[in-house]
Design a binder for this molecule. Structure first.
Ligand code: UD1
Ligand code: M6R
Length: 675
């Protein structure tokens, strides 16, 4: 989905080439979110600006570059345009404000004119990059057209810079001096919908304004004298005044684009307007009911993320890296949360009593996050004794399914920004349920809007196909079940044995990752398949859904995960000698039912691939020929963590062999921030 990046250097000399590279690199870090076009705006030189005589103001004209397709095509076109213009790339700026954007088309096809920055018109007096959707853009557009504006794009965004120019001209017409933040606040008063916005204007050179409602936006602050002492002395944004100290300031919709520059950040809140001017940062809180915004004091946070997380290292693809990283990501997920015979979830401890008294626990999520909750559901039901229901966020919204004050609604989302999940959260909040978040993204909308929750701490996940977040989500929900059930004596030994298994889990994951070459072999044998079925049940029904989803989304092959118990109620008709079928038959309470499924598939000469526990090969495949995937045995409720890994590897190798884009599959985005 769309991504925002902006860079302002203050009192430190930066060459134009350097500034452009910082912006391009910011865009590269946002690439994983999915996009179809991109753009940047930087400053021209006052002396070399064309048509200077006619300009309505004295400062340098901005230069806007927009391109459809990959970021590298934007980079190439910018350098060739800059070259053609004879622009000096070595020119140094003591202060400069640049903005950049990756667009994922919603209103209007991917094209340069629909890309951002969007402009107020000739002279590009106001430029805006935008994430989100302005729902009342049509009425604003009509009004602006009546006032003589002409529109060049099909986007909803274009009304924003034009409205800024309208507000600015009105104030100027009345001979009033108007500050940049006054213009922006007047603009956002008129906007409905969701947005994260950055404004740049030639009327306010070297200033930037950022604001948000319902869409993530982060400010990164880098002091250049001594980063550490800077962080200590400027822990508070209110002290980021115009001290003349050299600094670099960044805005981004994603922490991943900021981490390589600084770890000092501020997650901007809804209705805050952040103004960068003369090396100072001011934060204003905007309120519709009040004429004047209030100045607010916010503290900077320190990011717990390492730069290595956003780099591929020795791997060919992020998906591959993230699959192999799971022993480590699971370790960080569990760090500090397992005791000898108990568990601790700092984010939930004050709410456990309320959860234990709920009438129902409802899991809400989309895609892989939904599957993770489904995998952990049986154990939560077992330990809590509370009915646990599952909701796909979009379906809950379509049905307006009943949610009550006595319910606990648990929202699971890797990104914490999925539109359907967030809308379902609004709905549950308005119905009075206790809302719990489970997310990988500190500072995300989900983390901020839920009453409480748990960060899964899996580290930045860049591949669009979710892998390590899935296994960490299962583990966190399992720990949550242990915490909820901690007051029951009858389940104590069961709980202790699961806590022991959790401690061993990273080693077992290391063991199952050794199947990598075997999965590559299997992928080679399945290269030509048109379709794949995956049968699971019990704890591993979710594994079947998730394994099939992985193959579908990256290898672009039709595949269906099915409940094995439903086989005879329809899917059996598909079975023949050619259709590959994976049956998950690791040891648990459903083992004998799965053995019977295998026998029935053998009887119909099905092309079987059976996933079984180490040592079970002979017993699971006695009635016919089949290919085996032998995995280590762990506690039943943790087996989905192990079983999904060979299927992740299979999906990965199939994709590479077929020559498809692993990390950014066709038509998909990492964070689905629109409905
Ligand atoms: C927290 C700190 C962690 C520190 C640990 C030490 C953060 C983000 N985490 O971890 O750095 O090492 O204490 O004790 O600072 N929350 C929600 N909704 C969500 C997710 C989380 O409201 O979707 C809330 C939680 O209720 C909690 C806070 O965010 O109040 C932090 O959650 P989490 O990181 O899971 O807490 P700890 O594991 O205690
Ligand atoms: O960020 P979220 O976990 O809320 O995302 C939900 C789904 O969009 C996501 O899991 C999607 O299914 C993945 N591409 C799966 O790999």
């Amino acid at each position: 989905m769309c991504g925002i990046f902006a860079y302002l250097n203050y009192n430190v000399a930066r060459e134009r080439r350097y500034i452009m590279e910082v912006l391009f690199n910011g865009l590269r870090r946002l690439e994983y979110r999915g996009y179809d076009s991109s753009g940047i705006a930087i400053d021209n030189d006052l002396s070399s600006a064309a048509g200077e005589g006619e300009r309505p103001y004295a400062s340098a004209l901005p230069l806007v570059f927009r391109q459809e397709g990959k970021i590298e095509s934007l980079v190439r076109s910018v350098y060739s345009e800059v070259d053609a213009m004879g622009l000096d790339l070595e020119k140094s700026f003591m202060v400069h404000a640049g903005i950049a954007h990756t667009r994922w088309a919603t209103h209007g096809v991917p094209s340069p004119r629909n890309s951002h920055p969007q402009s107020s018109g000739s002279w590009d007096e106001f430029l805006v990059v935008h994430n989100g959707i302005i729902t009342n853009y049509e009425v604003l557009k009509e009004t602006l057209i009546r006032h003589g504006f002409t529109f060049e794009s099909d986007t909803d965004t274009e009304v924003i810079p034009k409205l800024a120019k309208f507000v600015f001209d009105q104030a100027r017409g009345g001979d009033q001096s108007v500050t940049f933040s006054q213009v922006v606040i007047e603009v956002i008063r008129q906007l409905e919908g969701a947005y994260a916005l950055i404004f740049k204007s030639s009327h306010y050179p070297n200033e930037l304004i950022a604001c948000r409602r319902g869409s993530t936006l982060i400010l990164g602050v880098k002091g250049l004298t001594d980063e550490k002492s800077y962080a200590a002395s400027f822990g508070d944004v209110k002290t980021l005044t115009a001290d003349g100290q050299p600094k670099e300031l960044f805005f981004s919709s994603d922490l991943c684009a900021i981490v390589e520059h600084t770890k000092n950040y501020l997650a901007i809140e809804d209705n805050e307007v952040v103004h960068l001017k003369d090396g100072s940062v001011s934060v204003l809180k905007f309120d519709y009911s009040k004429e004047k915004p209030a100045s607010v004091q916010r503290a900077l946070s320190v990011l717990e993320m390492e730069v290595e997380q956003i780099k591929k290292g020795n791997y060919d693809h992020f998906m591959q890296k993230e699959i192999h990283e799971q022993p480590h990501s699971l370790t960080t997920t569990m760090r500090g949360r397992l005791r000898d015979k108990s568990v601790v979830l700092g984010g939930l401890k004050d709410h456990l009593k309320t959860i234990r008294h709920s009438r129902r626990i409802i899991f809400v999520g989309c895609g892989t996050s939904y599957n993770a909750a489904l995998a952990a559901r049986p154990f939560l039901e077992e330990l809590s004794g509370i009915p646990v229901t599952m909701e796909l966020a979009s379906d809950l919204l379509d049905r307006k399914g009943p949610i009550y004050r006595e319910d606990t609604a648990v929202f699971v989302s890797q990104s914490g920004e999925t539109a359907d999940t967030l809308l379902a959260l609004e709905y549950a909040l308005s119905n009075g349920a206790l809302c719990v978040g489970i997310t990988n993204t500190v500072g995300s909308t989900l983390a901020r809007k839920t009453h409480c929750g748990v960060h899964i701490n899996a580290g930045c996940e860049i591949g669009v196909a979710s892998t390590k977040a899935y296994t960490s989500q299962i583990v966190v929900i399992t720990i949550m079940a242990l915490a909820i059930g901690a007051d029951s004596i009858s389940t104590q030994s069961r709980r202790e044995s699961i806590i022991n298994s959790l401690s061993d889990l990273p080693d077992k994951v290391r063991e199952v990752l050794r199947l990598d070459n075997e999965m590559k072999d299997l992928a080679e044998s399945l290269m030509q398949m048109q379709s794949l079925l995956v049968f699971g049940r019990g704890y591993n029904y979710a594994t079947a859904l998730e394994g099939a989803l992985k193959v579908k989304e990256v290898a672009l092959t039709h595949s269906e995960g099915m409940l094995a118990g439903e086989m005879k109620h329809g899917p059996l008709a598909l079975v023949d000698e050619t259709l590959p079928i994976i049956v998950i038959a690791t040891r648990d309470a459903c083992f004998s039912q799965q053995q019977s499924v295998i026998q029935q598939l053998h009887a119909r000469k099905g092309r079987l691939i059976v996933m079984c526990s180490s040592g079970d090969a002979a017993s699971v495949c006695s009635g016919g020929s089949c290919r085996l995937i032998e995995v280590p045995l762990v506690a039943d409720c943790l087996q989905p963590v192990i079983n999904i890994i060979p299927l992740q590897l299979l999906a990965y190798h199939l994709t590479v062999l077929r020559g498809y884009d692993v990390d950014q599959p066709r038509n998909l985005a990492k964070s689905v921030t629109t409905q």
